[in-house]
Every structure is written in C-alpha cells, then in structure tokens.
Design a protein around this ligand. Structure first.
Ligand SMILES: Cc1cc2nc3c(=O)[nH]c(=O)nc-3n(C[C@H](O)[C@H](O)[C@H](O)COP(=O)(O)OP(=O)(O)OC[C@H]3O[C@@H](n4cnc5c(N)ncnc54)[C@H](O)[C@@H]3O)c2cc1C
Length: 303
C-alpha cells in the first residue's frame, strides 16, 4: 500500500467534485481534488435558479466559494488535469499532466461534459451574451424576446417548445429532424417557427447577439441563440477503469442511487452521469458520492 494513500480522490473541480470533497472531508476522510476551476462549465455562467441564492450569482463566485469551503474541511487541491487512471488491488492510482502519481482507496469521477459546439463565427465571442447551451438554465433571461434554437434532435425540439413559455418568438433551425412521431406532432401543433434544411452560418451582434445568419441566406433577428447539439463526456479515463455507460447513448456513466458505478470503490456524480445538467443535481449527487466514498474508504482501512 503506498505511504501517502488518500481515502478519497476526486477528478473534477466543478460543483459535483466540490460538494463531494466537502462531504467526504466532513467525514474526516483524507481527500484530494484534481482539476482546474476555470474549466468547469459553470465558470462563465450566471446562475438564477440555484436554491438559497436569491440574487444572480456568477459561476466563478460559486466555484471559488465552494473551493474555500472544501479547503476549510481539509480537502487538498491539485491544479492539474489527470491523464491516466488505473485500478489496483484495494486502491486507484491517477497520473497528473506533470507526471505525478497519486493513490487513493476510492475514486470519484466528476469530470462533467463539454457541450458540442457549432464552430461558427460569433459563437465563442457571444457566449453568455446571447449564446447559450442550456434552455433549462437560461430561458428565464429571454422573457418577451425573440430567440432561435439550433439542433436536429429531441433536445433542440423540447428546448424550443419550452422557450415558447418565455420568449415572444421562437425559431428552430434544423437540417433534418430525428425525433419521435409524438414530438413531431407536438412541434407541428406549436407556435415554433421552423427553418428546415438550414443551419447557422454566423452569429452577429455588437455587444450582444442581434442576428443569426443561416446557410439559406435568411437572417433571423433574435436576442439569443440556444445551441442544443448534445454533449461529449470525459469518458476515456472512465473507460480505462472498465466503467459501464448508459445503454441508450453510451455517453454517460451508469450509477445507482448511492452514486456507485459497477466498480467497487468507484463513484460518479454530476453532468457525467447524464441529464439534467444542473448545479442542483451535481451537488446532490456529489454529496452522496462523497459520503459513500468516505464510508467505503473507512471500511477498507479498518479491514
Ligand atoms: C453557459 C452555461 C450556463 C449554465 N447555467 C446554469 C444555471 O443557470 N443553473 C444551473 O443549475 N446550471 C447551469 N449550467 C450547468 C452547470 O454549469 C453544470 O450542470 C454543472 O457545472 C455540472 O457540474 P459538474 O461538477 O458535473 O461538472 P463541471 O462543472 O463541468 O466540472 C467538471 C470539472 O472536471 C474537470 N475535469 C475534466 N476533465 C478532467 C481531467 N482529465 N482531469 C482533471 N479534471 C478534469 C474540469 O476541469 C472541471 O473542473 C450552465 C452551464 C453552462 C455551460
């Protein structure tokens, strides 16, 4: 057994990882957290729907607060990405980008997801100023305004239908929809304006989004555009450990209600376990994973 063995190692420093660290360290486990704050999807967000914070908070504020809290409970932070994971007898080892190896009795995966990008002019520039990747998070900011949603699958269509409750006009830009007949009927019976066989060519504005130029030559005058193209998970590290993914999309880690994966001592929490991609879910799962991992590590140490 390595001399500097941790009880709980956490890969990821977003809300799921931070909450897991707070609860694991709160149980007096020796906790180490890997990752970079500014790489959390929350970092550039403005949050209005997280319980107990009545005023809009920046993601940066929430993450910095969570880090201080976790440190005050005794968690140690290593500002490095993990490039390799291994399962050994009774422990896991992880290797950082600068080549250091750390060992821990348990491991919690909270690497989040990265949303698929459109990769068009204006997209990067207007993130948070009219470009959004999350209807559930940002719909409220577009009350009475005109918005567009781009995407071909059910996330884009349900997003557009949800936005009808907030926005004045909702456009859906799609090449070819791949959705169920039921959703098709719902869309056709709704007030969503559909631009078919079209895609976004450019997002235009001065300070905020003002227009979206389509490949058909049409221009949509909108205040916001929601990019709903799905997500990529940080799956290679999990796959190396032999983790089971969800059967439907093979993109998210399967867990039970204790956030256990199929591998003993290995837990997952947050966006990486699937939708909804929301802080409230991430911290809820992080809390459970942190507590369960701490208890499991204690049992291993005592055995
Ligand atoms: C623009 C935007 C606005 C949003 N607004 C809201 C909102 O208003 N309300 C809401 O509830 N949710 C909102 N969300 C969603 C919310 O940010 C996510 O649900 C939440 O951050 C998920 O937490 P997480 O800990 O699972 O993942 P993340 O916060 O994405 O954190 C993942 C962490 O893993 C780390 N990581 C990844 N790979 C590695 C590796 N190999 N080694 C080490 N570390 C690694 C990353 O650096 C990061 O620290 C928004 C998201 C976006 C993009």
């Amino acid at each position: 057994m390595p001399a500097d063995l941790y009880d709980v190692a956490i890969i990821g420093r977003g809300p799921a990882g931070l909450q897991a660290a707070i609860h694991a360290a709160g149980k007096k486990a020796k906790v180490v957290v890997f990752g970079k704050l500014e790489k959390s999807s929350l970092y550039r967000a403005h949050v209005a729907n997280f319980c107990c914070f009545e005023k809009v908070m920046t993601g940066k504020e929430l993450l910095e607060g969570g880090t201080k809290q976790a440190e005050s409970f005794g968690a140690v932070f290593i500002e490095q990405d993990i490039i390799e994971t291994k399962s050994e007898t009774d422990c896991f080892t992880v290797v950082t980008e600068n080549g250091q190896t750390y060992s821990s009795r348990t491991l919690i995966l909270t690497m989040g997801i990265s949303r698929k990008k459109l990769r068009v002019k204006g997209e990067k520039e207007f993130v948070g100023r009219g470009v959004s990747y999350c209807v559930d998070c940002d719909a409220n900011f577009y009350k009475g305004m005109d918005v567009a949603v781009v995407g071909n699958e059910s996330a884009a269509v349900t997003g557009a239908i949800t936005l009808l409750r907030y926005a004045k006009q909702v456009h859906l830009v799609c090449r070819k929809l791949t959705i169920t007949d039921l959703l098709y009927d719902q869309l056709n019976n709704s007030d969503v304006k559909i631009s078919r066989k079209a895609w976004v060519k450019e997002i235009i504005g001065s300070n905020e989004v003002e227009e979206v130029l389509l490949t058909t030559g049409e221009t949509l005058k909108v205040n916001g555009i929601f990019i709903e193209l799905g997500a990529k998970g940080a799956m290679e590290l999990a796959a190396n450990l032999g983790v089971v993914f969800d059967a439907e999309t093979f993109s998210f880690i399967e867990t039970n209600k204790w956030q256990e994966t199929n591998i003993p001592g290995l837990y997952a929490a947050g966006d990486i376990t699937g939708q909804p991609w929301q802080i409230a879910k991430a911290v809820g799962e992080g809390c459970v994973a942190g507590m369960e991992a701490a208890v499991y590590a204690r049992k291993l140490a005592d055995s």
